[in-house]
Write a new protein. Structure first.
Length: 73
């Protein structure tokens, strides 16, 4: 299996980020090197939003579980 490598610094860790292009007010989701921050490419905004919605649902579920446990004490 090949290991993805940053062309600039040789790093192997990548992360999602948001950038605001010059002259724009909206952000663009990107994939960037976790070490040097160079942008590798843009992410599909729809997929990024779906992932964010899943994270929100998971957080909400956890908060409901915590609130329920606290109310039972």
């Amino acid at each position: 299996m090949a290991v993805s490598t940053c062309a600039r610094c040789g790093g192997h860790a990548f992360e999602r980020g948001l950038i605001t292009p010059l002259g724009e007010q909206t952000t663009v989701p990107v994939l960037q090197c976790a070490s040097c921050g160079i942008v590798i490419g843009t992410l599909d905004l729809r997929v990024a939003l779906e992932d964010l919605q899943k994270q929100i649902v998971a957080i909400d579920t956890g908060l409901v579980r915590i609130a329920k446990a606290l109310s039972e004490q």
